[in-house]
Design a protein around this ligand. Structure first.
Ligand code: GLA
Length: 451
């Protein structure tokens, strides 16, 4: 047994360790903050795009595409866990790049979805696998006995003996334990009881687009889908049905027209414990997806045939499902007038505190900025990028730096001179047309957040 003195020494040692360490102190945040990078237990950006969440053994498990900043090639599917949906722990690469095959080197791996098969107890992962030109699509399947992997690839799903040569997909698990595979532009397949193959095609939803996501509430099935605009955001829409077989009824948009689904593309809907459906969307940022693609998660209002996210919340409290103000605990707000695209000029912000939030605008002429945080000795403690592009302009928080021990720091902001741009299969050009970075405020925090 430790006596009180020994316990005190242990506590002091633990505290000392915490304060020497430059690793971020894990925040006790209970908020979802949309459109900015989130950090895992190691201070690394949560990298899980085209994601899904399942609940298992008292935790939430997030699976997603582990993106890179310079290539669209498959980097693996990451797995994170959380007890509160806000603080995420990187578990492992649940499915790494394979030596060969549909998820081998220089392939594309997207929209990973995981379900636990009630009959076998196995975790079944489905995904879109493709070549870099999106001309060799498959729906791949992998399984694991443990939720966080490592998943073993079984191959490509077939229907009537032929591989399903389609791209965007989603999954849905019904209350009776049956698993479904949703495919872009229409098909809904029921999986066999072991989830390892396709049983039958149950419906073909006419008018459906890409990135299908489904949930059920009070006997009503809701199917969300996006238009075909590559990494660009668009006004996503939905269908309803009282049976999976249909008839499926087109219901229009679930976010205000022109908001481009609050600047996101749907990927999944998680049912929260109180029955609220939580929308999960991607705010892509091609080509620097690892640093700059972010998440938009919002509670949805679903009542009969009506589904909506009427207003955008920059941040919200998971418990109350009400908007929150994560900037209100700042100890200082400094105005900035940074409007530049000059990659040779940097802005230096010196501050005493634990972390900062940058506030500014995004718009069609916005580009990337590099962000670096230096310690007192000039050592780099954090470096990343922000994307100031959005097709529809937006103003708000662009970044919150990881929380470090209280001290003297310098934040350096510098336009990189490049911007988010890409073309689709038809060579249509998308993205920004210039590389402006516009920041108007910095919020300085001197205590760890408990938002
Ligand atoms: C769409 C799809 C994504 C990805 C991109 C590639 O946004 O939904 O999963 O394939 O196109 O352009």
């Amino acid at each position: 047994m430790l006596d009180i003195k020994e316990i005190t020494i242990v506590i002091w040692e633990v505290l000392a360790l915490l304060y020497i360490n430059v690793l971020p102190v894990h925040s006790a945040s209970k908020n979802i903050i949309n459109g900015i990078p989130w950090y895992d237990q190691n201070g690394k950006t949560v990298n899980a795009h085209g994601a899904c969440i399942i609940q298992d053994a008292g935790k939430y498990w997030l699976f997603g595409e582990y993106k890179s900043d310079n290539s669209n090639a498959f980097q693996g599917f990451g797995c994170y866990s959380s007890e509160d949906l806000s603080n995420w722990r990187f578990e492992r690469m649940a499915l790494p790049v394979q030596k060969e095959g549909i998820l081998g080197p220089n392939r594309v791996g997207e929209r990973v979805k995981v379900m636990r098969c009630p009959k076998t107890g196995e975790y079944v992962m489905l995904m879109h696998a493709d070549d870099l030109g999106y001309k060799d699509p498959y729906i791949g399947i992998a399984t694991s006995k443990t939720i966080n992997g490592e998943y073993k690839v079984k191959g490509a799903l077939t229907y009537h003996g032929q591989p399903i040569k389609k791209w965007d997909m989603g999954v849905f698990q019904d209350e009776d334990g049956k698993g479904y595979l949703l495919i872009h532009h229409g098909p809904i397949y029921r999986l066999t009881d072991d989830y390892l193959s396709i049983d039958t095609l149950v419906a073909h939803v006419s008018g459906m687009g890409e990135s299908p996501a489904m949930f059920k509430k009070n006997g009503m099935y809701y199917l969300l889908s996006s238009n075909l605009t590559s990494w660009e955001r668009n006004d996503n829409f939905y269908f309803t049905a009282t049976s999976l077989e249909g008839p499926w009824k087109y219901q229009g948009l679930f976010c205000p027209e022109g908001s481009l689904t609050w600047n996101s593309q749907c990927t999944f809907v998680l049912m929260l414990p109180d029955g609220t459906p939580m929308y999960m969307g991607d705010r892509w940022s091609y080509p620097h997806q690892a640093s700059c693609a972010t998440y938009v998660w919002m509670p949805m209002q679903a009542e009969g045939e009506k589904l909506s996210i009427p207003t955008y919340w920059h941040s919200w409290d998971i418990q109350s499902k009400k908007p929150s103000d994560v900037l209100e605990t700042a100890s200082e707000v400094r105005p900035l007038s940074f409007h530049s695209k000059d990659a040779r000029k940097e802005m230096r912000i010196r501050f005493k505190g634990t972390h900062v939030a940058l506030h500014g605008k995004t718009g069609p002429h916005g580009g990337y900025a590099s962000i670096t945080m230096l310690g007192q000795m000039g050592d780099t403690l954090y470096s990343s990028m922000i994307d100031c592009y959005s097709k529809v302009p937006h103003e708000g928080i662009r970044l919150i730096t990881p929380e470090l021990k209280y001290g003297d720091y310098t934040l350096i902001v510098k336009p990189t001179g490049d911007y988010s741009t890409w073309s689709d299969k038809k060579q249509r050009k998308y993205g920004a047309d210039d590389c402006w970075v516009s920041l108007d405020k910095v919020y300085i925090f001197s205590t760890f957040t408990n938002h």
